[in-house]
Design a protein around this ligand. Structure first.
Ligand SMILES: [Zn+2]
Length: 81
């Protein structure tokens, strides 16, 4: 059927491309929605942070927090690290 009418086939592929583009836009929109949802995390552990007692720095990563403490707060207890 399609082999008998190559022009129609080309037209169909163009339509498919158009619908694919629409789907892509839709998916990007969904991703934006996910980014704006603060609860869109894989687990509650994502809300666990090290909170600096001397300033407002918070970090999920122990290595970052330790380096922050060492660089910015000479009073940091080495025993904790
Ligand atoms: Zn700090």
């Amino acid at each position: 059927m399609t082999s008998l009418k190559p022009d129609v086939m080309a037209g169909d592929s163009l339509e498919i491309k158009a619908s694919d583009a629409a789907d892509t836009v839709k998916e990007e929109h969904d991703e934006d929605m996910t980014e704006t949802n603060p609860w869109a995390v894989e687990s509650l552990d994502d809300f666990l942070h090290y909170c600096c007692p001397e300033c407002d720095v918070k970090s999920q990563y122990r290595e970052f927090f330790v380096s922050h403490a060492l660089l910015n707060h000479p009073q940091v207890s080495v025993k904790l690290i």
